[in-house]
Design a protein around this ligand. Sequence first.
Ligand SMILES: NC(=O)c1ccc[n+]([C@@H]2O[C@H](COP(=O)([O-])OP(=O)(O)OC[C@H]3O[C@@H](n4cnc5c(N)ncnc54)[C@H](OP(=O)(O)O)[C@@H]3O)[C@@H](O)[C@H]2O)c1
Length: 319
Amino acid sequence: MASAPFELKGKSVYVAGHRGMVGSALVRRLEREDVRLVTVTRGEVDLCNQAAVFDWFAKVRPQVIFLAAAKVGGIVANDTLRAEFIYDNIAIAANVIQAAHQNGAEKLMFLGSSCIYPKLAPQPLREDSVLTGPLEPTNEPYAIAKIAGIKMVEAYRSQYGCDFISVMPTNLYGPGDNYHPEMSHVVAALIRRFHEAKVSGAKNVVVWGTGTPRREFLYVDDMADACVHLMKTYSSPELVNIGTGEDIAIAEFARVVADIVGYSGEISFDTSRPDGTPRKLLDVSRLAKLGWRATTSLRDGLKRAYAAYQVEAPGAAQR
Ligand SMILES: NC(=O)c1ccc[n+]([C@@H]2O[C@H](COP(=O)([O-])OP(=O)(O)OC[C@H]3O[C@@H](n4cnc5c(N)ncnc54)[C@H](OP(=O)(O)O)[C@@H]3O)[C@@H](O)[C@H]2O)c1
């Protein structure tokens, strides 16, 4: 097994999921490295299709892999598309990790999620709390698939000596986010709702849930920078959380988003909508010891995310 520090220079680097929010941030970040970037679209290779993945890997043999492809969504998507979330995410992890091993990849980074931690695990969430209690029911299928990916990484390290690592990002936001009215994550959903209310002159915006859950948010370009840092410097079986180490109540967060979007009406809360887990803050002390911390403030990140929304969301500029 190669050990840290790991040289990226001159290597072929495959970003799986390069059209997604994290994948596209990784592509932006890797443009600053001297690497040969490799990407392939879902139309060319469906990562759920084992034969297609194995054939493509045997042909291309990427040396380094960032596994940022997954079926991803907010609380409604997770809770309603439960079969798709577990099947797709297990299939993507199983196919890519096995193909990377079979084709002698030098290093692979698997992207998990903070959802893998038990619903009531002590906060802030430490990496060693995984599998110590029941999961949040609304996203259990997604979390189980991500835990399967983490366990594959551990098993391939211990049995085959593969230099594979796993990182657990907190809630991410930024350019390339999904703004679907029902299926998006909270940041994109709020940006959209406040923007539409501002443009239409609506006097009230409804935020899902009670507003009391606390969440942590990391700007996606910071996330990509952390991934590249860990790819170069980290080689151990233990997970590494990636976050800011700071959380905020959804109600207060909504007011910050409204302010940045320029919406000045009322904000109310639809308590019939699920809150999800009461608090989700990552313990980022391991990441800090590894020499990385987030640099984009919440307000700066949200300003950039709102600017991206106005360009990316269909019709946003006209609304
Ligand atoms: N967003 C967050 O807040 C967050 C938080 C924690 C962890 N993560 C993790 O970060 C990673 C990336 O998330 P993201 O937010 O960037 O998601 P995203 O924007 O939805 O991007 C996912 C990417 O995966 C690709 N993909 C999905 N299924 C595929 C398949 N069957 N074959 C080929 N490609 C497929 C998508 O391709 P198409 O472009 O063709 O759809 C897309 O490019 C995931 O592992 C996720 O679990 C995200």
